[in-house]
Unconditional design. Structure first.
Length: 375
């Protein structure tokens, strides 16, 4: 979130373009190859040539549907909305990712029926590649589709995974911790390393992580113990309020679902815990591998997974992998950064108030009670 952004919303100019925009995969491929690339941050211990990012942008934003319909006059998933300033949540996420990862290795996953929203929500500064799912089958296929592309292109890759619809502030401090996350994945190559947040309330809408002892066999240096990786004892998904308060008091962390992992480790865990998903993508990955063998410049954006998706069922990555394999995960705590997943209007208002902003939708709801559009 930039202090220089002016208060404007997606719903004024951009939503007028939604019903008139037709975008093909070739259009997206050309556009992404020609866009301006943001300045990179550097981290001395990271080999940037093998760092990739997956940005998950296939969600439907159902929790905020009442708000977006009241605000914009039609539903729009929240990652494509501009709640403040002149960048959508997806734009913010991509701009952050491209400061850590070379834009050619940033893969954004969207659903085919989101193309109009996607095109309306991005600016000329966006960089990266877009992979279109034939349908949204939750985060299992949403992660292993781009993972198959990365596995084929770079078997030594370290992968950062970002949801596309989170609020973080300040940005540079967040990016420093993302670098740290990638370093941990490089150091602990058989684990998924998750980014947790110290809770300031008993939030029943979030997943929670029960951290265990510090895990630091390689002696990584850190400013505080909170910056070190810890083992994970258990995951608690959207608990009742009374349980959430108990977790807060015990020092559990919110699960941001921001994570780093070696691609080989991610694939092996998928084979173990989501075998139907990964086995469906293995022929797809082999085809990509053969294409890249004959043409090293083969464009991953031209991949078509439609036949793979015909045999797939919805699978959730958190339930299917993380909750079943806590011993294969680590968690590190994000410090001195505001974070929220903005699943409710009051959380948007509260977060922006803390940094001196007002959300664009307040000016267009004409005094409607926010409690009427919370759920």
């Amino acid at each position: 979130m930039s202090q220089e952004d002016s208060n404007s919303g997606l719903g004024v100019e951009s939503t007028n373009r939604l019903s008139h925009t037709t975008v093909t995969q070739d259009d997206l491929s050309l556009a992404f190859r020609t866009r301006e690339r943001p300045t990179h941050m550097t981290a001395p211990n990271l080999d940037r040539t093998h760092i990739w990012a997956i940005v998950l942008a296939g969600g439907e934003g159902e929790r905020l549907r009442p708000l977006t319909e009241n605000w914009l006059g039609c539903h729009c998933p929240k990652q494509y909305c501009t709640f403040v300033g002149n960048r959508s949540m997806l734009q913010h996420t991509l701009d952050r990712a491209c400061q850590v990862v070379d834009p050619d290795r940033v893969l954004t996953v969207i659903s085919c029926d989101h193309i109009k929203w996607f095109q309306a929500s991005i600016s000329s500064k966006l960089a990266g590649r877009v992979l279109m799912q034939p349908s949204n089958l939750d985060t299992g296929p949403g992660i292993f589709f781009p993972a198959a592309c990365i596995l084929a292109a770079d078997p030594s890759a370290t992968v950062l995974i970002f949801p596309s619809d989170h609020f973080v502030f300040p940005e540079q401090r967040f990016l420093t911790q993302i670098h740290r996350l990638a370093e941990m994945a490089e150091a602990f190559q058989d684990r998924i390393v998750l980014l947790g947040v110290k809770p300031n309330r008993a939030e029943a809408d979030y997943g929670w992580i029960e951290p265990g002892p510090i895990h630091n066999p390689g002696g990584l240096k850190a400013e505080t113990d909170g910056n070190l990786a810890k083992t994970v004892i258990d995951f608690k998904e959207k608990p009742p309020p009374q349980d959430a308060e108990n977790y807060r008091r015990k020092g559990y962390l919110w699960n941001t679902m921001i994570m780093a992992v070696k691609i080989q480790t991610l694939w092996k865990l998928g084979q173990q815990f989501l075998p139907a998903v990964v086995s469906s993508f293995e022929p797809f990955a082999e085809t990509l591998r053969n294409n890249l063998r004959y043409d090293p410049n083969f464009d991953l954006m031209k991949t078509d997974p439609v036949h793979t998706y015909e045999s797939l069922k919805p699978e959730n990555f958190s339930r299917g992998v993380l909750q079943r394999a806590p011993e294969h995960t680590l968690v590190t705590s994000m410090e001195d950064v505001l974070w929220d997943d903005w699943g409710r209007p009051d959380r948007i208002v509260e977060s922006l108030a803390r940094i001196g902003h007002i959300p664009a939708f307040l000016g267009r709801l004409h005094g409607k009670d926010l409690r009427g559009v919370q759920h």
